[in-house]
Design a protein around this ligand. Structure first.
Ligand SMILES: Nc1ncnc2c1ncn2[C@@H]1O[C@H](COP(=O)(O)OP(=O)(O)OC[C@H]2O[C@@H]([n+]3cccc(C(=O)O)c3)[C@H](O)[C@@H]2O)[C@@H](O)[C@H]1O
Ligand SMILES: Nc1ncnc2c1ncn2[C@@H]1O[C@H](COP(=O)(O)OP(=O)(O)OP(=O)(O)O)[C@@H](O)[C@H]1O
Ligand SMILES: NC(=O)CC[C@H](N)C(=O)O
Length: 554
């Protein structure tokens, strides 16, 4: 009789530190697998603890609690499919990122991660010991080999597993999103199936943790990279895949194939999921933001409305004498299109009070940026007062271009707990608004149609901190600035290399200086959604005090 093996894939969203909650999700998915006749139910990397746990895993009490949780799950899920669960494993003075196999009421195997990722947002060499390459384990009629995430990005672990008798590769992942990430994952996994001749299951988690968004997109490949099943990106999904034994070995039967959205949609979805999960997982039902009539705060309002529902987003217009009627109208148009509450708090009175209080010290000094920044700080102060009073978290709105050059007031418009557009260059802000105006999906809680009026997209950006101010008074046009920033930040290009692309040396040097001189602002800035492998915070870690500038020597 033909042998069959049914594997249930739990592409689910864990919460870091919520051992009980994550265990409850495991029990539910295990029951779903049992009801579907599965032989095994698999979860992503470190699902019991959530991912990434960073230094939390260096606390022995936390690791102990996580291991006890797995032992308890093994005992509870005795009568039914086997379980594969990611969790840490402490043994003697060693600490491993491990995959625990539970069957018939007991832990029957532990696979230890061999390759510890230590670039971009990962620091696993600092946290874990490197495990030896573990052998395959048996579940029913099949021998399964488990390279844990990074282990499958190299050939040796999968090859060793194949040589020691693995018939299927099951790869649990905690692989965070960045733009066009999926293709890289797929090509690594296809390579593993070509080298080993084995089918491979790539199982990723979904959900956001601080800056990172895990985008799921799990899939199953037959040997030589033939796609058998594609799960959706970002959605929690449970799928069952059937393997059948043939003369050639085990093969996955064809299952559903989700269509993956384009990069604009995936970036937008990442920002929405990041806000949604940041709020839900840290206990906020509502947010607020300063809505200026400009494009950045408009986009943040739309993201927040799509994440939490318009009824949970408070927009606040805080005008001064420099605020134009067009800005007042545009802020009202955005709030109206979204169906969000819009409040107004005039800050001219407080500004006068601060000016008066400082007058005896400022006497003899001409007004300058100081006075401009007081307006921004009064906005931050007022918004934080609303946040304190109503328990709504303040979203901050600086795009990647502004964050890169420090074009924001520290303790002013930088005030806030989370910044959804921190890794989105301004030129992409324009395009993202156009994309959202033209597209609506069922995961968006905001309304469909034009939510950012074309006028907001097309007008010249301004901070309105003084008469007739425009961003281009201080900065080059964003179409030029963003190209230079992408070279200097995302590609770590030299000044010479950027000049060779046709940019003026003096301008490139100025941009470089602005980047280095504003490191202190970024260090004190809110976290935000990571969309690229060169996001500010963990992907790019620069010194704050830094005299180096890339200038000709000799
Ligand atoms: N290395 C360092 N380490 C630690 N702190 C450092 C520092 N260098 C300056 N500082 C501190 O930072 C202060 C200067 O920074 P900051 O006070 O932010 O002021 P600053 O960067 O000089 O001015 C804010 C800029 O953001 C622009 N902007 C754009 C868009 C919106 C808004 C808005 O507010 O709505 C503003 C505004 O036009 C202006 O160009 C210094 O007075 C000093 O206290
Ligand atoms: N009049 C205002 N009312 C409410 N919030 C404001 C106002 N002006 C500025 N802000 C807040 O400060 C942030 C920085 O604003 P500013 O308009 O100065 O620059 P910006 O980067 O062009 O942003 P935007 O495109 O949203 O205007 C805004 O995104 C908004 O959250
Ligand atoms: N958790 C991991 O080992 C992740 C590293 C891997 N290269 C990825 O991002 O997909």
């Amino acid at each position: 009789m033909t042998q069959r093996f049914r594997l249930t894939l739990a592409q689910l969203n864990p919460t870091v530190g919520d051992l009980e909650g994550n265990a409850a999700r495991i029990r539910d998915a295990w029951a779903a697998g049992r009801d579907a006749g599965a032989d095994m139910v698999a979860f992503p990397e470190m699902f019991v603890t959530g991912y990434q746990v960073q230094d939390l895993v260096l606390k022995p009490a936390f690791v102990q609690a996580a291991m006890e949780q797995v032992e308890q799950l093994a005992a509870e899920c005795a009568d039914g499919p086997a379980l594969g669960i990611g969790a840490p494993y402490a043994f003697g003075d060693k600490l491993y990122n491990a995959y625990w196999i539970c069957r018939d009421g007991a832990v029957v195997a532990r696979v230890l991660k061999h390759w510890l990722p230590n670039d971009t947002v990962f620091d696993e060499v600092r946290l874990y010991d490197r495990g030896p390459i573990s052998g395959p384990y048996s579940i029913g009629p099949v021998r399964i080999g488990t390279p844990i995430c990074e282990d499958a990005w190299y050939d040796d672990v999968s090859e060793a597993l194949a040589e020691s008798g693995a018939q299927i590769l099951l790869v649990p992942n905690g692989s965070p999103y960045f733009r066009d990430r999926f293709d890289t994952r797929l090509s690594h996994m296809v390579a593993r199936t070509v080298e080993t001749g084995l089918p491979l299951v790539y199982l990723n988690m979904v959900g956001a943790q601080d800056d990172q968004v895990f985008d799921g997109g799990s899939f199953v490949l037959n040997p030589h990279g033939a796609l058998a099943l594609q799960m959706p990106v970002f959605d929690e999904t449970i799928a069952h895949v059937d393997f059948v034994e043939s003369d050639e070995g085990w093969r996955a039967e064809e299952g559903p194939r989700a269509v993956l959205p384009d990069a604009w949609e995936q970036d937008y979805r990442a920002m929405v999921e990041a806000v949604r999960d940041y709020c839900r997982k840290s206990g906020f039902a509502k947010v607020l933001l300063g809505l200026s009539g400009g494009i950045d705060s408009a986009l943040v309002a739309v993201i927040a409305a799509d994440a939490l529902g318009p009824e949970n987003v408070r927009c606040v217009m805080l005008p001064t004498e420099y605020t134009s009627q067009a800005s007042l109208d545009d802020a009202a148009a955005v709030a109206d299109a979204l169906g969000c509450r819009l409040d107004e708090v005039a800050i001219d009175g407080p500004r006068q009070a601060v000016t008066d209080a400082l007058a005896h010290l400022f006497a003899g000094h001409a007004p300058d940026l100081t006075e401009e920044n007081i307006q921004s700080r009064l906005r931050g102060l007022s918004l934080m007062a609303l946040s304190n009073k109503f328990g709504e978290m303040l979203l901050t709105t600086g795009n990647k271009s502004e964050v890169a050059v420090g074009y924001a007031t520290i303790y002013g418009d930088m005030a806030g707990g989370y910044n959804p557009i921190k890794d989105l260059y301004k030129t992409r802000v324009f395009e993202t608004c156009r994309w959202r105006n033209a597209n609506h999906r069922d995961w968006m809680k905001g309304p469909e149609g034009v939510v950012v009026p074309p006028r907001v997209i097309d007008k010249p950006p301004t901070a309105e901190l003084r008469e007739d101010q425009k961003d281009e008074d201080s900065l080059p046009p964003y179409s030029v600035l963003d190209v230079i920033l992408e070279q200097l930040i995302d590609r770590e290009a030299s000044i010479d290399e950027v000049v060779q692309l046709g940019h003026e040396r003096a301008l490139v040097e100025k941009v470089e200086s602005l980047i280095y001189a504003s490191e202190y602002k970024r260090f004190q800035s809110a976290p935000g959604t990571r969309l690229t492998p060169r996001a500010f915070w963990l992907d790019r870690r620069y010194p704050i005090v830094n005299r180096w500038r890339d200038r000709p020597r000799g």
